[in-house]
Design a protein around this ligand. Structure first.
Ligand SMILES: Cc1cc2nc3c(=O)[nH]c(=O)nc-3n(C[C@H](O)[C@H](O)[C@H](O)COP(=O)(O)OP(=O)(O)OC[C@H]3O[C@@H](n4cnc5c(N)ncnc54)[C@H](O)[C@@H]3O)c2cc1C
Length: 392
């Protein structure tokens, strides 16, 4: 065979797998159908790539099997990736909540991965599409590609998810999984802005650009962070995070003042500012336009002294349990990740290898493992890529 390992997909997971296998002396070839590798890395983190999260734990991932990610994450940890970044002299900083970003540019992360691949003797072919794959009778796999036929002992599927189709995302990895008898769990957009419609949209639309610190809750998931009003609905980290847990029909609630005992605070304001109108009092804790809108649409604004004993507690309850009636999400066009994917049930959690087709591996986002916002998805790409690269 002319290759030991062929990796389809030159993104985060594929490149990590390639350099890891290449360092072991394996003859590795990466097939990438776009005209360059790592396009999602380049656009990530607003161009600064949030390349890991120092607080990564399995609890930061969604999967039908929450235990699946544990082994790989435990063996390739954030500090391992940080060591690589440091060895390449890439300056970085922590933004918040353990999220590490390049000081300068995501390009440095792609350049680092490509340099490591080159040093490990990895061949990378861009603008290459895979036409067919079949298991060879004598073992391994035979591929027909736009660059010709090739044979390989191990085949790694690292084609990512469906988000941002214009960046080269395809469902190819899922098709290959099905071809080899693997189950693919239903996919949907994750870390994605929510859309509002009808009167729900009308209430917010002209507030586009306003940001409010909220606690967004869906079921047991809860995220305290900024919510941003957009022209189409709601975005910002708190909404993106909770969007991965939300599906049409599920209740989505906001606590608009998560750091306050709202009732006690309103009663205190009533004592201290009896002549002030509610809208003025709320403008101390919300952007002014947002406070104004709350009083136009949902509450009656009057001087604080005029609120009865029952009214302020009712306002407090409403501020703490604010229902969001989302009509949907913006979908794969703007989603950062794809939930669902290749069922981990048929994949070894330590090797990322199919349990039914020896030599076939799945890594990164194509698998049914999806991280929170904040560097977790790249950490999964590095960890799963490393796990496969160590054995493929
Ligand atoms: C706008 C945006 C910003 C993001 N920011 C962050 C962030 O800051 N931090 C973070 O942790 N995560 C971030 N993510 C998520 C992160 O980019 C992905 O989870 C991660 O890239 C997944 O790695 P992967 O290697 O599995 O897939 P990808 O990186 O998507 O790589 C898959 C590769 O396979 C190629 N491919 C697809 N189909 C084929 C085919 N048929 N043949 C050949 N090649 C194919 C694609 O072109 C691509 O290069 C962001 C995502 C987006 C969309």
């Amino acid at each position: 065979m002319e290759h030991d390992v062929v990796i389809i997909g030159g993104g985060a997971a594929g490149l990590m797998c390639a350099l890891t296998a290449g360092r072991r002396g394996r003859r590795v070839r990466v097939l990438e159908h776009a005209n360059r590798c790592g396009k999602k890395i380049l656009m990530s983190g607003g161009g600064r790539c949030n390349f890991t999260n120092t607080g990564t734990t399995p609890a930061n991932f969604l999967s039908a099997n929450p235990h699946f990610c544990k082994s790989a994450l435990a063996r390739f940890r954030p500090e391992h990736f940080i060591a690589m970044v440091d060895a390449h002299g890439i300056a970085w900083h922590e933004k918040e909540l353990g999220q590490l970003f390049c000081d300068d540019s995501s390009k440095q992360v792609v350049a680092m991965l490509l340099a490591e691949c080159a040093e490990a003797g990895v061949l990378i072919e861009t603008s290459c599409s895979v036409e067919t794959i079949r298991a060879a009778p004598a073992g391994g796999f035979a591929l027909r590609t736009s660059g010709g036929a090739m044979a390989t002992e191990s085949l790694v599927i690292a084609t990512g998810g469906l988000s941002i189709p214009k960046m080269g995302a395809t469902g190819f990895g899922y098709d290959i999984a099905r071809q080899f008898g693997h189950a693919v769990l239903p996919t949907r957009a994750g870390l994605v802005p929510l859309t509002l419609s009808g009167k729900h949209q009308e209430h917010y639309a002209d507030l586009a650009g306003v940001s409010v610190h909220v606690s967004a809750r869906c079921g047991k998931a809860r995220f305290d962070n900024a919510m941003l009003v957009t022209h189409r609905g709601l975005s910002g980290p708190a909404i993106l995070q909770v969007s991965s847990y939300w599906e049409p029909g599920k209740e989505l609630l906001l606590d608009l003042l998560p750091e306050h005992d709202i009732e006690a605070w309103l009663l205190e304001r009533q004592r201290e500012q009896p002549a002030a109108e509610l809208r003025t009092v709320l403008a101390d804790v919300f952007p002014k336009r947002f406070a104004q809108r709350l009083c136009e649409v949902w509450f009656t604004s009057k001087p604080m002294r005029q609120y009865s004993h029952g009214e302020l507690p009712a306002i407090a309850r409403q501020l703490a349990h604010w229902p969001i009636v989302a009509s949907g999400t913006e979908g794969y066009r703007t989603a950062e990740v794809t939930l669902g994917g290749v069922d981990t049930g048929g994949v070894s959690s330590s090797r990322m290898e199919s349990t039914t087709v020896p030599g076939l591996f799945f890594i990164g986002e194509v698998l049914d493992v999806t991280g929170w916002l904040g560097g977790y998805n790249f950490q999964w790409a590095w960890a799963s890529g490393h796990a496969a690269g160590a054995v493929a």
